[in-house]
Design a protein around this ligand. Structure first.
Ligand code: BES
Ligand code: MN
Ligand code: ZN
Length: 497
Protein backbone atom coordinates (compact mmCIF):
# COMPACT_ATOMS: atom_id res chain seq x y z
CA UNK A 1 0.00 0.00 0.00
CA UNK A 2 1.26 3.30 -0.95
CA UNK A 3 1.39 5.97 1.76
CA UNK A 4 0.45 9.53 0.88
CA UNK A 5 2.05 12.49 2.61
CA UNK A 6 1.85 16.25 2.36
CA UNK A 7 4.77 18.49 3.21
CA UNK A 8 6.13 21.94 2.45
CA UNK A 9 6.95 22.61 -1.22
CA UNK A 10 10.69 22.06 -1.14
CA UNK A 11 12.25 20.52 -4.23
CA UNK A 12 14.14 17.37 -3.29
CA UNK A 13 17.79 17.23 -4.40
CA UNK A 14 17.65 13.74 -5.85
CA UNK A 15 15.40 10.69 -6.22
CA UNK A 16 12.19 10.98 -8.22
CA UNK A 17 10.35 14.25 -8.63
CA UNK A 18 7.18 15.11 -10.55
CA UNK A 19 6.56 18.64 -11.78
CA UNK A 20 3.61 20.11 -13.65
CA UNK A 21 3.68 21.61 -17.16
CA UNK A 22 0.75 23.59 -18.51
CA UNK A 23 -0.58 23.68 -22.07
CA UNK A 24 1.95 24.79 -24.70
CA UNK A 25 4.89 23.69 -22.58
CA UNK A 26 4.40 26.44 -20.02
CA UNK A 27 6.46 25.63 -16.94
CA UNK A 28 4.92 25.81 -13.47
CA UNK A 29 7.09 27.64 -10.90
CA UNK A 30 8.51 24.35 -9.57
CA UNK A 31 9.27 23.15 -13.08
CA UNK A 32 11.02 26.43 -13.80
CA UNK A 33 13.17 26.21 -10.67
CA UNK A 34 14.05 22.63 -11.51
CA UNK A 35 14.80 23.47 -15.14
CA UNK A 36 17.27 26.11 -13.99
CA UNK A 37 18.91 23.74 -11.53
CA UNK A 38 19.26 21.26 -14.39
CA UNK A 39 20.69 23.80 -16.86
CA UNK A 40 17.65 23.78 -19.11
CA UNK A 41 17.32 19.99 -19.43
CA UNK A 42 13.54 20.13 -19.04
CA UNK A 43 13.14 22.63 -21.85
CA UNK A 44 15.44 20.56 -24.07
CA UNK A 45 13.66 17.31 -23.26
CA UNK A 46 10.30 18.82 -24.17
CA UNK A 47 11.69 20.22 -27.41
CA UNK A 48 13.01 16.79 -28.31
CA UNK A 49 9.64 15.12 -27.76
CA UNK A 50 5.94 15.39 -28.56
CA UNK A 51 5.20 16.40 -25.00
CA UNK A 52 3.24 19.67 -24.95
CA UNK A 53 1.89 19.78 -21.42
CA UNK A 54 -1.56 18.65 -22.56
CA UNK A 55 -3.62 17.20 -19.74
CA UNK A 56 -2.57 13.67 -18.79
CA UNK A 57 0.53 13.68 -21.04
CA UNK A 58 3.67 12.59 -19.24
CA UNK A 59 7.36 12.58 -20.08
CA UNK A 60 9.95 10.81 -17.95
CA UNK A 61 13.57 11.95 -17.92
CA UNK A 62 15.98 9.43 -16.41
CA UNK A 63 19.29 10.26 -14.73
CA UNK A 64 18.85 14.01 -15.06
CA UNK A 65 21.50 15.73 -12.95
CA UNK A 66 21.40 14.14 -9.51
CA UNK A 67 17.86 12.86 -10.02
CA UNK A 68 16.99 9.28 -10.84
CA UNK A 69 13.89 10.44 -12.59
CA UNK A 70 12.15 13.69 -13.37
CA UNK A 71 8.55 13.26 -14.51
CA UNK A 72 6.87 16.05 -16.43
CA UNK A 73 3.13 15.92 -15.87
CA UNK A 74 0.86 17.65 -18.35
CA UNK A 75 -1.74 19.71 -16.49
CA UNK A 76 -3.38 21.12 -19.60
CA UNK A 77 -5.54 24.21 -19.26
CA UNK A 78 -5.40 25.42 -15.62
CA UNK A 79 -9.00 26.68 -15.87
CA UNK A 80 -10.11 23.09 -16.36
CA UNK A 81 -8.07 21.68 -13.51
CA UNK A 82 -10.91 20.79 -11.14
CA UNK A 83 -11.15 18.14 -8.42
CA UNK A 84 -11.94 15.26 -10.80
CA UNK A 85 -9.19 16.22 -13.23
CA UNK A 86 -6.76 16.40 -10.30
CA UNK A 87 -7.81 12.91 -9.21
CA UNK A 88 -7.23 11.58 -12.71
CA UNK A 89 -3.77 13.13 -12.80
CA UNK A 90 -2.96 11.58 -9.45
CA UNK A 91 -4.01 8.17 -10.73
CA UNK A 92 -1.91 8.55 -13.86
CA UNK A 93 1.15 9.60 -11.85
CA UNK A 94 0.79 6.64 -9.52
CA UNK A 95 0.44 4.12 -12.34
CA UNK A 96 3.44 5.61 -14.14
CA UNK A 97 5.65 5.50 -11.07
CA UNK A 98 4.67 1.93 -10.29
CA UNK A 99 5.32 0.93 -13.87
CA UNK A 100 8.76 2.57 -13.71
CA UNK A 101 9.72 0.88 -10.45
CA UNK A 102 10.03 4.03 -8.33
CA UNK A 103 9.93 3.39 -4.57
CA UNK A 104 9.17 6.93 -3.52
CA UNK A 105 8.59 10.23 -5.21
CA UNK A 106 7.73 13.85 -4.58
CA UNK A 107 5.02 15.60 -6.58
CA UNK A 108 5.44 19.37 -6.60
CA UNK A 109 2.11 21.22 -6.50
CA UNK A 110 2.02 24.91 -7.34
CA UNK A 111 -1.12 26.95 -7.09
CA UNK A 112 -1.78 27.44 -10.79
CA UNK A 113 -3.10 30.78 -11.98
CA UNK A 114 -6.65 30.47 -13.18
CA UNK A 115 -7.46 27.15 -11.51
CA UNK A 116 -10.62 26.97 -9.44
CA UNK A 117 -8.82 24.93 -6.80
CA UNK A 118 -6.25 25.94 -4.23
CA UNK A 119 -2.91 24.16 -4.36
CA UNK A 120 -3.93 22.27 -1.21
CA UNK A 121 -7.13 21.01 -2.87
CA UNK A 122 -5.25 19.99 -6.00
CA UNK A 123 -2.79 18.04 -3.85
CA UNK A 124 -5.54 16.38 -1.79
CA UNK A 125 -7.43 15.34 -4.91
CA UNK A 126 -4.32 14.10 -6.67
CA UNK A 127 -3.54 11.99 -3.61
CA UNK A 128 -7.12 10.68 -3.58
CA UNK A 129 -6.92 9.76 -7.26
CA UNK A 130 -3.58 8.06 -6.74
CA UNK A 131 -5.09 6.15 -3.82
CA UNK A 132 -8.07 5.02 -5.89
CA UNK A 133 -5.76 3.84 -8.68
CA UNK A 134 -3.52 1.98 -6.22
CA UNK A 135 -6.22 -0.61 -5.48
CA UNK A 136 -5.22 -4.23 -5.93
CA UNK A 137 -7.04 -7.47 -5.28
CA UNK A 138 -4.19 -9.89 -4.75
CA UNK A 139 -5.38 -11.99 -1.83
CA UNK A 140 -5.21 -15.19 -3.88
CA UNK A 141 -1.88 -14.71 -5.66
CA UNK A 142 0.69 -16.78 -3.85
CA UNK A 143 3.48 -16.77 -6.44
CA UNK A 144 3.63 -13.25 -7.75
CA UNK A 145 7.21 -12.12 -8.47
CA UNK A 146 8.37 -9.09 -6.52
CA UNK A 147 8.97 -7.06 -9.69
CA UNK A 148 5.31 -7.52 -10.67
CA UNK A 149 4.15 -6.00 -7.42
CA UNK A 150 3.66 -2.23 -7.18
CA UNK A 151 6.95 -0.56 -6.19
CA UNK A 152 5.76 2.77 -4.85
CA UNK A 153 5.79 2.93 -1.06
CA UNK A 154 5.53 6.66 -0.37
CA UNK A 155 4.17 9.48 -2.50
CA UNK A 156 4.83 12.92 -1.06
CA UNK A 157 3.04 16.03 -2.24
CA UNK A 158 5.11 19.18 -1.83
CA UNK A 159 2.54 21.92 -1.33
CA UNK A 160 2.15 25.22 0.45
CA UNK A 161 -0.48 24.83 3.23
CA UNK A 162 0.25 21.14 3.61
CA UNK A 163 -2.01 21.20 6.68
CA UNK A 164 -5.01 22.23 4.55
CA UNK A 165 -4.19 19.48 2.09
CA UNK A 166 -4.07 16.90 4.88
CA UNK A 167 -7.44 18.13 6.10
CA UNK A 168 -9.03 18.07 2.65
CA UNK A 169 -7.65 14.57 2.06
CA UNK A 170 -9.37 13.04 5.07
CA UNK A 171 -12.99 12.82 3.84
CA UNK A 172 -11.73 11.84 0.40
CA UNK A 173 -9.82 8.91 1.82
CA UNK A 174 -12.89 7.86 3.83
CA UNK A 175 -14.73 7.53 0.54
CA UNK A 176 -11.79 5.67 -0.96
CA UNK A 177 -12.05 3.13 1.83
CA UNK A 178 -15.70 2.67 0.97
CA UNK A 179 -14.80 2.19 -2.70
CA UNK A 180 -12.12 -0.35 -1.75
CA UNK A 181 -14.58 -2.36 0.30
CA UNK A 182 -16.99 -2.42 -2.64
CA UNK A 183 -14.21 -3.51 -5.00
CA UNK A 184 -13.07 -6.21 -2.57
CA UNK A 185 -16.57 -7.62 -2.25
CA UNK A 186 -17.24 -7.82 -5.98
CA UNK A 187 -13.79 -9.29 -6.63
CA UNK A 188 -14.09 -12.14 -4.14
CA UNK A 189 -14.93 -15.48 -5.74
CA UNK A 190 -18.41 -16.90 -5.28
CA UNK A 191 -17.19 -19.85 -3.22
CA UNK A 192 -15.92 -17.34 -0.66
CA UNK A 193 -18.65 -14.71 -0.82
CA UNK A 194 -22.14 -16.15 -0.53
CA UNK A 195 -25.07 -14.83 1.49
CA UNK A 196 -23.86 -15.95 4.93
CA UNK A 197 -20.26 -14.79 4.42
CA UNK A 198 -21.24 -11.54 2.78
CA UNK A 199 -23.52 -10.86 5.75
CA UNK A 200 -20.56 -11.55 8.04
CA UNK A 201 -18.35 -9.13 6.15
CA UNK A 202 -21.01 -6.48 6.50
CA UNK A 203 -21.35 -7.31 10.17
CA UNK A 204 -17.70 -6.28 10.62
CA UNK A 205 -18.75 -2.68 9.90
CA UNK A 206 -20.11 -2.50 13.43
CA UNK A 207 -16.68 -1.28 14.45
CA UNK A 208 -17.34 1.96 12.59
CA UNK A 209 -20.50 2.57 14.65
CA UNK A 210 -22.91 1.27 12.06
CA UNK A 211 -25.84 -0.71 13.47
CA UNK A 212 -26.09 -4.03 11.68
CA UNK A 213 -29.03 -6.39 11.71
CA UNK A 214 -29.14 -9.71 9.87
CA UNK A 215 -32.34 -11.57 9.00
CA UNK A 216 -32.08 -15.26 8.20
CA UNK A 217 -34.42 -17.41 6.14
CA UNK A 218 -37.02 -18.16 8.87
CA UNK A 219 -37.20 -14.44 9.72
CA UNK A 220 -37.84 -13.61 6.07
CA UNK A 221 -40.41 -16.39 5.82
CA UNK A 222 -42.27 -14.84 8.72
CA UNK A 223 -42.28 -11.52 6.88
CA UNK A 224 -43.70 -13.20 3.78
CA UNK A 225 -40.79 -12.48 1.46
CA UNK A 226 -41.79 -15.13 -1.04
CA UNK A 227 -40.24 -13.33 -4.02
CA UNK A 228 -36.74 -13.14 -2.53
CA UNK A 229 -36.91 -16.60 -0.98
CA UNK A 230 -38.02 -18.21 -4.24
CA UNK A 231 -34.77 -17.08 -5.88
CA UNK A 232 -32.67 -18.66 -3.15
CA UNK A 233 -34.54 -21.94 -2.82
CA UNK A 234 -32.40 -23.87 -5.31
CA UNK A 235 -29.17 -23.05 -3.54
CA UNK A 236 -27.41 -24.91 -0.75
CA UNK A 237 -26.60 -21.47 0.65
CA UNK A 238 -29.37 -19.84 2.67
CA UNK A 239 -30.30 -16.25 1.87
CA UNK A 240 -29.85 -13.28 4.19
CA UNK A 241 -31.24 -9.78 4.45
CA UNK A 242 -28.84 -7.28 6.00
CA UNK A 243 -29.68 -3.85 7.34
CA UNK A 244 -27.04 -1.20 7.99
CA UNK A 245 -27.93 1.97 9.84
CA UNK A 246 -25.93 5.15 10.19
CA UNK A 247 -27.42 7.73 12.52
CA UNK A 248 -25.37 10.87 12.02
CA UNK A 249 -28.35 13.21 11.61
CA UNK A 250 -31.03 14.57 13.90
CA UNK A 251 -32.92 12.12 16.07
CA UNK A 252 -36.17 11.13 14.44
CA UNK A 253 -35.24 12.50 11.01
CA UNK A 254 -36.50 10.10 8.35
CA UNK A 255 -33.53 8.23 6.90
CA UNK A 256 -32.26 8.17 3.36
CA UNK A 257 -32.60 4.59 2.13
CA UNK A 258 -30.25 2.68 -0.16
CA UNK A 259 -31.18 -0.82 -1.33
CA UNK A 260 -28.96 -3.30 -3.10
CA UNK A 261 -29.29 -6.44 -5.20
CA UNK A 262 -26.97 -9.01 -3.69
CA UNK A 263 -27.09 -12.10 -5.90
CA UNK A 264 -23.77 -13.65 -4.86
CA UNK A 265 -23.84 -15.89 -7.91
CA UNK A 266 -26.34 -15.78 -10.74
CA UNK A 267 -26.27 -19.01 -12.71
CA UNK A 268 -29.67 -18.08 -14.10
CA UNK A 269 -31.29 -20.89 -12.12
CA UNK A 270 -33.23 -23.41 -14.20
CA UNK A 271 -33.35 -20.78 -16.98
CA UNK A 272 -29.61 -21.36 -16.92
CA UNK A 273 -27.11 -19.01 -18.53
CA UNK A 274 -24.63 -20.16 -21.19
CA UNK A 275 -21.17 -21.19 -19.90
CA UNK A 276 -19.24 -18.43 -21.63
CA UNK A 277 -18.85 -15.52 -19.24
CA UNK A 278 -20.89 -17.09 -16.48
CA UNK A 279 -18.00 -16.35 -14.10
CA UNK A 280 -18.92 -12.68 -14.37
CA UNK A 281 -22.01 -13.45 -12.36
CA UNK A 282 -19.93 -13.50 -9.18
CA UNK A 283 -20.31 -9.73 -9.24
CA UNK A 284 -24.09 -9.87 -9.47
CA UNK A 285 -24.02 -8.73 -5.86
CA UNK A 286 -22.54 -5.42 -7.04
CA UNK A 287 -25.52 -3.35 -5.90
CA UNK A 288 -25.25 -4.67 -2.37
CA UNK A 289 -21.49 -4.03 -2.43
CA UNK A 290 -22.05 -0.39 -3.38
CA UNK A 291 -24.58 0.08 -0.59
CA UNK A 292 -22.11 -1.48 1.85
CA UNK A 293 -19.19 0.65 0.65
CA UNK A 294 -21.34 3.76 0.80
CA UNK A 295 -22.45 3.06 4.36
CA UNK A 296 -18.82 2.57 5.38
CA UNK A 297 -17.82 5.85 3.73
CA UNK A 298 -20.66 7.74 5.44
CA UNK A 299 -19.65 6.29 8.81
CA UNK A 300 -15.92 6.97 8.35
CA UNK A 301 -16.47 10.59 7.48
CA UNK A 302 -19.20 10.94 10.09
CA UNK A 303 -21.78 12.21 7.62
CA UNK A 304 -24.47 14.38 9.16
CA UNK A 305 -27.40 12.27 7.98
CA UNK A 306 -29.51 9.34 8.97
CA UNK A 307 -29.16 6.60 6.41
CA UNK A 308 -30.24 3.01 6.10
CA UNK A 309 -28.80 0.43 3.72
CA UNK A 310 -30.74 -2.75 3.04
CA UNK A 311 -29.35 -5.58 0.93
CA UNK A 312 -30.98 -8.83 -0.18
CA UNK A 313 -28.41 -11.62 -0.42
CA UNK A 314 -29.20 -14.82 -2.33
CA UNK A 315 -27.53 -17.33 -4.60
CA UNK A 316 -29.46 -18.20 -7.78
CA UNK A 317 -28.84 -21.90 -8.57
CA UNK A 318 -30.52 -24.74 -10.47
CA UNK A 319 -31.31 -27.87 -8.48
CA UNK A 320 -34.11 -30.20 -7.54
CA UNK A 321 -35.40 -27.60 -5.10
CA UNK A 322 -34.99 -24.67 -7.49
CA UNK A 323 -37.79 -22.39 -8.55
CA UNK A 324 -39.35 -23.44 -11.87
CA UNK A 325 -40.40 -21.28 -14.80
CA UNK A 326 -44.15 -21.02 -14.29
CA UNK A 327 -44.04 -20.89 -10.50
CA UNK A 328 -46.18 -18.22 -8.89
CA UNK A 329 -44.77 -16.62 -5.75
CA UNK A 330 -46.26 -14.19 -3.29
CA UNK A 331 -44.20 -11.13 -2.40
CA UNK A 332 -44.18 -9.41 0.99
CA UNK A 333 -46.41 -6.70 -0.50
CA UNK A 334 -49.09 -9.36 -1.09
CA UNK A 335 -48.76 -9.05 -4.86
CA UNK A 336 -48.27 -12.32 -6.73
CA UNK A 337 -45.66 -12.88 -9.40
CA UNK A 338 -45.53 -15.45 -12.17
CA UNK A 339 -41.88 -16.39 -12.58
CA UNK A 340 -41.50 -17.01 -16.31
CA UNK A 341 -37.73 -16.80 -16.37
CA UNK A 342 -35.69 -17.70 -13.30
CA UNK A 343 -32.81 -15.61 -14.66
CA UNK A 344 -34.83 -12.42 -14.11
CA UNK A 345 -34.15 -12.87 -10.41
CA UNK A 346 -32.76 -9.51 -9.32
CA UNK A 347 -36.14 -7.84 -9.53
CA UNK A 348 -37.65 -10.60 -7.40
CA UNK A 349 -35.07 -9.97 -4.71
CA UNK A 350 -35.49 -6.21 -4.83
CA UNK A 351 -39.29 -6.44 -4.78
CA UNK A 352 -39.16 -7.64 -1.18
CA UNK A 353 -36.17 -5.48 -0.20
CA UNK A 354 -37.89 -2.31 -1.43
CA UNK A 355 -41.21 -3.15 0.16
CA UNK A 356 -39.60 -4.02 3.48
CA UNK A 357 -37.49 -0.85 3.51
CA UNK A 358 -40.40 1.40 2.72
CA UNK A 359 -42.71 -0.20 5.30
CA UNK A 360 -40.22 -0.45 8.14
CA UNK A 361 -38.20 2.76 7.82
CA UNK A 362 -40.59 5.24 6.18
CA UNK A 363 -37.54 6.78 4.47
CA UNK A 364 -37.36 10.18 2.72
CA UNK A 365 -36.76 8.28 -0.49
CA UNK A 366 -35.36 4.98 -1.71
CA UNK A 367 -32.53 4.48 -4.16
CA UNK A 368 -31.78 0.98 -5.32
CA UNK A 369 -28.70 -0.26 -7.13
CA UNK A 370 -28.63 -3.47 -9.12
CA UNK A 371 -26.71 -5.25 -11.86
CA UNK A 372 -30.20 -5.84 -13.15
CA UNK A 373 -30.19 -6.26 -16.92
CA UNK A 374 -27.93 -7.10 -19.81
CA UNK A 375 -30.20 -4.80 -21.81
CA UNK A 376 -28.80 -1.70 -20.08
CA UNK A 377 -25.36 -2.64 -21.44
CA UNK A 378 -26.83 -2.85 -24.92
CA UNK A 379 -28.41 0.58 -24.46
CA UNK A 380 -25.66 2.53 -22.67
CA UNK A 381 -22.45 0.52 -22.90
CA UNK A 382 -20.02 0.70 -20.03
CA UNK A 383 -19.86 4.46 -19.51
CA UNK A 384 -23.26 5.42 -18.11
CA UNK A 385 -25.42 3.63 -15.61
CA UNK A 386 -29.17 3.67 -16.28
CA UNK A 387 -31.32 5.88 -14.07
CA UNK A 388 -35.03 5.24 -13.62
CA UNK A 389 -37.15 7.32 -11.29
CA UNK A 390 -40.67 8.37 -10.38
CA UNK A 391 -39.40 11.74 -9.16
CA UNK A 392 -37.77 14.47 -11.28
CA UNK A 393 -36.16 16.27 -8.37
CA UNK A 394 -34.47 13.13 -7.07
CA UNK A 395 -33.38 12.19 -10.59
CA UNK A 396 -31.85 15.63 -11.19
CA UNK A 397 -29.91 15.50 -7.95
CA UNK A 398 -28.55 12.09 -8.81
CA UNK A 399 -27.60 13.15 -12.33
CA UNK A 400 -25.79 16.19 -10.94
CA UNK A 401 -23.84 14.12 -8.41
CA UNK A 402 -22.92 11.60 -11.10
CA UNK A 403 -21.63 14.35 -13.32
CA UNK A 404 -19.66 15.89 -10.47
CA UNK A 405 -17.69 12.71 -9.78
CA UNK A 406 -17.44 11.32 -13.33
CA UNK A 407 -19.83 8.47 -12.62
CA UNK A 408 -22.47 9.53 -15.13
CA UNK A 409 -26.10 8.50 -15.18
CA UNK A 410 -28.46 8.50 -18.13
CA UNK A 411 -32.13 8.80 -17.35
CA UNK A 412 -34.34 6.27 -19.09
CA UNK A 413 -38.07 6.58 -19.79
CA UNK A 414 -40.81 4.85 -17.82
CA UNK A 415 -44.55 4.76 -18.32
CA UNK A 416 -47.82 2.87 -18.48
CA UNK A 417 -47.13 1.33 -21.88
CA UNK A 418 -44.09 -0.39 -20.42
CA UNK A 419 -45.88 -1.27 -17.22
CA UNK A 420 -48.58 -3.16 -19.15
CA UNK A 421 -45.89 -5.37 -20.63
CA UNK A 422 -45.45 -7.16 -17.31
CA UNK A 423 -49.13 -7.90 -16.71
CA UNK A 424 -49.67 -11.64 -16.33
CA UNK A 425 -52.64 -13.82 -17.27
CA UNK A 426 -52.07 -15.99 -14.21
CA UNK A 427 -50.93 -13.63 -11.45
CA UNK A 428 -50.65 -9.91 -10.63
CA UNK A 429 -47.56 -9.63 -12.79
CA UNK A 430 -44.88 -11.66 -14.54
CA UNK A 431 -41.16 -11.21 -14.06
CA UNK A 432 -40.27 -10.56 -17.70
CA UNK A 433 -41.73 -8.40 -20.45
CA UNK A 434 -42.91 -9.94 -23.72
CA UNK A 435 -39.66 -10.17 -25.67
CA UNK A 436 -36.33 -8.41 -25.47
CA UNK A 437 -37.75 -4.99 -26.25
CA UNK A 438 -37.10 -2.40 -23.54
CA UNK A 439 -35.72 -5.03 -21.19
CA UNK A 440 -34.20 -2.56 -18.72
CA UNK A 441 -37.37 -0.51 -18.64
CA UNK A 442 -39.74 -3.40 -17.99
CA UNK A 443 -37.39 -4.45 -15.17
CA UNK A 444 -37.64 -0.96 -13.68
CA UNK A 445 -41.44 -0.99 -14.08
CA UNK A 446 -41.47 -4.22 -12.15
CA UNK A 447 -39.55 -2.63 -9.27
CA UNK A 448 -41.85 0.37 -9.27
CA UNK A 449 -44.79 -1.88 -8.49
CA UNK A 450 -43.19 -2.37 -5.07
CA UNK A 451 -42.84 1.32 -4.33
CA UNK A 452 -45.80 3.30 -3.05
CA UNK A 453 -45.88 7.08 -3.45
CA UNK A 454 -42.34 7.44 -2.10
CA UNK A 455 -39.70 9.16 -4.25
CA UNK A 456 -37.64 6.36 -5.69
CA UNK A 457 -34.77 5.89 -8.10
CA UNK A 458 -33.28 2.75 -9.58
CA UNK A 459 -29.71 2.61 -10.86
CA UNK A 460 -29.05 -0.25 -13.26
CA UNK A 461 -25.29 -0.69 -12.85
CA UNK A 462 -24.81 -3.87 -14.91
CA UNK A 463 -22.55 -2.04 -17.40
CA UNK A 464 -20.39 -0.10 -14.98
CA UNK A 465 -19.69 -2.47 -12.09
CA UNK A 466 -16.78 -4.31 -13.68
CA UNK A 467 -14.23 -3.12 -16.20
CA UNK A 468 -11.88 -5.14 -18.35
CA UNK A 469 -9.49 -2.23 -18.82
CA UNK A 470 -7.56 0.16 -16.58
CA UNK A 471 -8.90 3.67 -16.11
CA UNK A 472 -7.18 6.67 -14.54
CA UNK A 473 -8.53 6.13 -11.04
CA UNK A 474 -9.69 2.52 -11.28
CA UNK A 475 -7.58 -0.44 -12.24
CA UNK A 476 -9.39 -3.09 -14.26
CA UNK A 477 -11.80 -5.26 -12.25
CA UNK A 478 -14.43 -4.06 -9.81
CA UNK A 479 -14.88 -0.32 -10.30
CA UNK A 480 -16.75 0.65 -7.14
CA UNK A 481 -18.99 2.79 -9.37
CA UNK A 482 -21.77 4.30 -7.28
CA UNK A 483 -20.00 4.85 -3.97
CA UNK A 484 -18.48 8.19 -4.92
CA UNK A 485 -21.67 9.17 -6.72
CA UNK A 486 -23.96 8.52 -3.78
CA UNK A 487 -21.53 9.94 -1.27
CA UNK A 488 -21.49 13.17 -3.26
CA UNK A 489 -25.27 13.07 -3.65
CA UNK A 490 -25.63 12.82 0.14
CA UNK A 491 -22.99 15.48 0.88
CA UNK A 492 -24.41 18.00 -1.60
CA UNK A 493 -28.06 17.65 -0.67
CA UNK A 494 -28.67 16.28 2.81
CA UNK A 495 -25.99 17.40 5.23
CA UNK A 496 -27.19 20.95 5.83
CA UNK A 497 -25.10 24.16 5.62
N1 BES B 1 -27.52 -10.38 -13.47
C1 BES B 1 -28.18 -10.37 -14.72
C2 BES B 1 -27.92 -9.10 -15.53
C3 BES B 1 -26.49 -8.87 -15.95
C4 BES B 1 -26.08 -9.27 -17.19
C5 BES B 1 -25.62 -8.22 -15.12
C6 BES B 1 -24.77 -9.02 -17.60
C7 BES B 1 -24.31 -7.98 -15.53
C8 BES B 1 -23.88 -8.38 -16.77
C9 BES B 1 -29.68 -10.51 -14.51
O1 BES B 1 -30.07 -11.24 -13.41
C10 BES B 1 -30.23 -11.21 -15.71
O2 BES B 1 -29.89 -12.34 -15.89
N2 BES B 1 -31.04 -10.52 -16.49
C11 BES B 1 -31.60 -11.07 -17.67
C12 BES B 1 -33.06 -10.73 -17.67
C13 BES B 1 -33.87 -11.46 -18.71
C14 BES B 1 -33.94 -12.93 -18.38
C15 BES B 1 -35.24 -10.86 -18.78
C16 BES B 1 -30.88 -10.49 -18.85
O3 BES B 1 -30.47 -9.32 -18.79
O4 BES B 1 -30.65 -11.19 -19.83
MN1 MN C 1 -30.20 -13.33 -13.83
ZN1 ZN D 1 -28.74 -11.31 -11.86
Amino acid sequence: MTKFEFSEPKLPKNGTVVVGILDDRKLTPSAETLDKALDGTITRAMAASKFRGKKEQTLSMLAAGDYDRVVLLGLGDPKKLDDQQSQKLGGIVLAGLNGAGAKDATVMIDGTDGSKLSAADIAANMAAGAGLRSYRFDAYRTKEKADKKPSLKVLTFGVKDAGDATKAFKPLSAVTEGVFLTRDLVSEPPNVIFPATLAERIHELEKYDLDIEILDEPAMEKLGMGALLGVGQGSAQDPRLVIMRWNGGKDGDAPLAFCGKGVTFDSGGLSIKPAGGMEDMKWDMGGSAVVTGLMKALALRKAKVNAVGVVGLVENMPSGTAQRPGDIVKSMSGQTIEVLNTDAEGRLVLADVLWYTQERYKPKFMIDLATLTGAIIVALGEEYAGLFSNNDDLAKKLEAAGKAVNEPLWRMPMGDVYDKMIDSDAADMKNIGGGRAGGSITAAQFLQRFVNKLPWAHLDIAGVTWSKKDAAIAPKGGTGYGVRLLDRFVADNYEGN
